[in-house]
Design a protein around this ligand. Sequence first.
Ligand SMILES: NC(=O)c1ccc[n+]([C@@H]2O[C@H](COP(=O)([O-])OP(=O)(O)OC[C@H]3O[C@@H](n4cnc5c(N)ncnc54)[C@H](OP(=O)(O)O)[C@@H]3O)[C@@H](O)[C@H]2O)c1
Length: 324
Amino acid sequence: KMDLKHQCVKLNDGHFIPVLGFGTYAPQEVPKSEAEEATKLAIDAGFRHIDSAYLYENEDKVGQAIRSKIADGIVKREDIFYTSKLWVTFLRPELVRPGLEKSLKKLQLDYVDLYIIHNPMALKPGEELLPKDEHGKLIFDTVDLCATWEALEKCKDAGLAKSIGVSNFNRRQLEMILNKPGLKYKPVCNQVECHPYLNQSKLLNFCKSKDIVLVAYSALGSHRDKKWVDQSSPILLDDPVLGALAKKHKRTPALIALRYQLQRGVVVLAKSYNEKRIKENMQVFEFQLTSEDMKVLDNLNRNFRYVTFDTLIDHPNYPFSDEY
Ligand SMILES: NC(=O)c1ccc[n+]([C@@H]2O[C@H](COP(=O)([O-])OP(=O)(O)OC[C@H]3O[C@@H](n4cnc5c(N)ncnc54)[C@H](OP(=O)(O)O)[C@@H]3O)[C@@H](O)[C@H]2O)c1
């Protein structure tokens, strides 16, 4: 059971990623200090993969939590798999390394295990994370994502990121990177929204065919942050089918939703700032769904997306218009 807790899959660059990751994003109204406490609880509970981003404005707290668990002898740096993300105001190639260095400085770490392009939709560079014009509309930037990718490759070569990947890319955008002349490193992953209502089966098959790991975010039905999610959207964990499977396995709907991803070869993130639920989510390694259960869960798909980035729908790189 002990080694099951730290199950990993091999990435296409030879590094290993733990299949269960701890999500650290919380809405603005949640005090940032909670990110530190929750990350410590997560490491104590057995999480070894931690997902954050420059955008989340908590990397100082998450870094503090990691460093304090290292100082206490609970883990070594090499036991932790830490992901950061290049925010979209840093997509111009000359801003990539400075963007990563900003994160490392907040983290007080020498390297990240994984650095991913947060989103393909570039915004105007500058101090503002979400730069807006006088009408409140987001200001787009035009960037060649292949040039951005080459700058990420240089960060890997410099040892600042062990692995590099992407997030919120569609199939066409992934293919653009994969087909880039002179590609040095393939993306190791594409981190996308994925749960029983949006199971991403086509994108998953495409990623598997290219040895790219699909990392699932909002696997529990999302943070439902007013800033990003329509408040009238259905509540995933209230789904009666998830409820029935939870009852059958004497687990919870959240555990069914997480286990579903592991059994289809998806690396899954789970965010919680609550001690009881952080510990509960580690139980994903303690039971198995049958192939019948998996079919029932597959049938819940309705291509329903919680995080639509609808204020960016006119962006030339808006990723979610294509079929996948
Ligand atoms: N790349 C991207 O663009 C992107 C976008 C969104 C998210 N992400 C990443 O993915 C992570 C996870 O996604 P998410 O933040 O949307 O949240 P999520 O993992 O779908 O979780 C949603 C909510 O479920 C609750 N929860 C957790 N465990 C539970 C359990 N066992 N039973 C019942 N409820 C439970 C949590 O609330 P409590 O805290 O109250 O437990 C949490 O707010 C984020 O934290 C972030 O790291 C990335």
